[in-house]
Write a protein that binds this ligand. Structure first.
Ligand code: NAD
Length: 497
């Protein structure tokens, strides 16, 4: 019998009201069951939202430094449990241990940063246009926040939304991805032990349409913070937007790593291999397009082929492995279908393009390289979310930037060059929320804003103080001690003629 895991609602571990469960399996060995999880539905959403609503008043009146202290306690527990948690992530999600360690460390760093925000959460003090009057802003919570997360960063994603939401005084209901519920359960065990009061943080596992959608539309949810695909994000924006909820969306990417003709090619290729194939390419910021000046393209492709020959595919728990499995059978088929699309479109399949599920026994796919793609091909436009890199050859910096910008997404971009002026021009022109110079498109840090432009997001940023903006409402306060009625913009002194 597999281990059974429950929802966490109002400080108690409880089964789904409908009694339904589902099995979570290891993508490297799909026969191995990670656990049995609750297949939650609208009744569980109701119970969790009701608990979060009831806990709201007390939590928002708990001083922010105290809220921060509880987060600090949880963070210290994550530090102690880091190796075990990383192993859990690798088993349920497939990525190699070093990537899973990053996932836990990201949650830890977010906790460290956000616990300190409990003693900052700054507002502004601003001069008033009237005498004997103070003007300032103070921050309060948004209310009940529904958090919906993807499977590729199964601990970091819930944590980097939860910690800022909680420190700002919100109460939350988290619906993690159906493929990675155990990482979220482990995070909630830590929150419980750290003393997060009942109802303040609630967890419901299950599927998007059954549990995520009722959370999105629930009348007592004030905000939805979502990370996932563009298609689901659009649906959430439509449903939650119609109810005038706050909606923060982080969606897909088709990130370009640009190699100009003066770049250090060794550095660029090392960056491309890491950016394109770590986490088996299943990163929203993955370097999935290489936009390469044609003067250096042959050499770049040769070096890439050479580098790819040492990408050991296998179980993420094996220290030799560089590329783990894809998350599930559906994703394996999807990635493989894009290989077919690329070939049909006329791009050159240089390396890979094969499913390895039968030989490796899990959802494995060979690291794949396309060359001579054109910028408008589907493999150069659509998010594949797998170990596939597409090289697009260009002539000169202007075309490189134009191709890099030529998708609907705008999450991350990178440029490799040794020339400062060319670098700064590229940094200025690239349409992306994150831009890297001489580094691949992955590698953001927790204390800096994270997010994208165009169809990647809807104007919000996560992480760092940007997250505090997202999870607070600002109250503008005027304190008048003049003892008389003062009329703003009427009695205010005006500028001399
Ligand atoms: P997904 O959109 O399929 O699922 C994300 C979450 O939404 C899951 O929890 C899922 O159960 C839920 N969901 C699905 N349908 C829903 C519905 N109708 N209503 C409410 N919730 C619903 O995405 P995924 O496959 O889990 O993750 C991969 C995607 O996430 C990629 O597009 C990737 O680029 C993106 N991503 C973006 C970022 C970022 O910060 N921009 C980070 C990580 C992943």
């Amino acid at each position: 019998m597999p281990d059974a895991f429950l929802n966490y609602i109002d400080g108690k571990w409880v089964p789904a009201a409908n009694g339904e469960t589902y099995l979570d399996t290891n993508p490297a060995r799909p026969g191995e069951v990670i656990g049995e999880f609750q297949r939650s539905g609208p009744e569980d959403v109701d119970a969790a939202v009701s608990a979060a609503s009831q806990a709201q008043d007390e939590w928002r009146h708990t001083p922010a430094p105290l809220r921060g202290e509880i987060i600090a306690r949880a963070t210290r527990m994550l530090v102690e449990r880091k190796p075990e948690l990383a192993e859990t992530i690798t088993k349920e999600m497939g990525k190699v241990l070093v990537d899973s360690g990053y996932d836990v460390q990201g949650a830890i760093t977010s906790g460290e940063y956000m616990s300190g925000e409990g003693r900052r959460m700054f507002g502004d003090t601003v001069p008033s246009g009237l005498p004997n009057r103070l003007a300032m802003t103070v921050r309060g919570p948004v209310g009940v926040v529904g958090i919906i997360t993807p499977w590729n960063l199964p601990m970091l994603m819930p944590a980097w939304k939860l910690f800022p939401a909680l420190v700002c005084g919100n109460t939350v209901v988290v619906k993690p991805a159906e493929d990675t519920p155990l990482s979220a359960v482990r995070l909630f065990e830590v929150l419980e032990e750290a003393g997060v009061p009942p109802g303040v943080a609630n967890l419901i596992t299950g599927f998007g349409p059954e549990a995520g959608q009722p959370l999105t539309t629930h009348p007592d949810v004030d905000m939805i913070s979502f990370t996932g695909s563009r298609a689901v994000g659009k649906q959430i924006a439509t449903l939650a937007g119609a109810e005038l909820k706050h909606v923060s969306l982080e969606m897909g990417g088709k990130n370009a790593l640009v190699v100009l003709d003066d770049a250090d090619l060794g550095e660029a290729v090392t960056g491309a291999l890491w950016g394109g194939f770590s986490t088996t390419g299943q990163r929203c910021t993955a370097s999935s397009r290489l936009v390469v000046d044609s003067r250096v393209a042959n050499e770049v492709v040769e070096r890439l082929v050479d580098g790819m020959s040492s990408l050991v595919v296998g179980d993420g728990l094996d220290p030799e492995t560089k590329v783990g499995p894809l998350i599930n059978a559906k994703q394996l088929e999807r990635v493989h279908s894009y290989t077919g699309i690329g070939v049909e479109e006329g791009a050159d399949l240089v390396v890979g393009g094969e499913k390895l599920d039968e030989s490796f026994g899990g959802h494995f796919y060979a690291p794949t390289l396309f060359d001579h793609a054109t910028a408008d091909m589907r493999i150069a436009q659509e998010e594949i979310f797998g170990p596939t890199i597409t090289v697009i050859r260009v002539d000169g910096d202007e075309e490189a930037i134009s191709v890099a910008n030529g998708t609907r997404y705008g999450l991350s971009a990178a440029v490799y060059t040794r020339d400062t002026a060319r670098a700064l021009r590229a940094v200025s022109e690239l349409e992306a929320g994150l831009v890297y110079l001489n580094a691949p498109t992955i590698g953001s840090e927790i204390h800096l804003p994270f997010g994208g432009v165009k169809d990647t997001g809807n104007g919000h940023r996560e992480s760092g103080t940007a997250a505090i903006e997202q999870f607070t409402e600002i109250k503008t306060v005027f304190l008048d001690f003049s003892g008389t009625l003062q009329r703003a913009h009427i009695d205010e002194p005006t500028s001399p003629d």
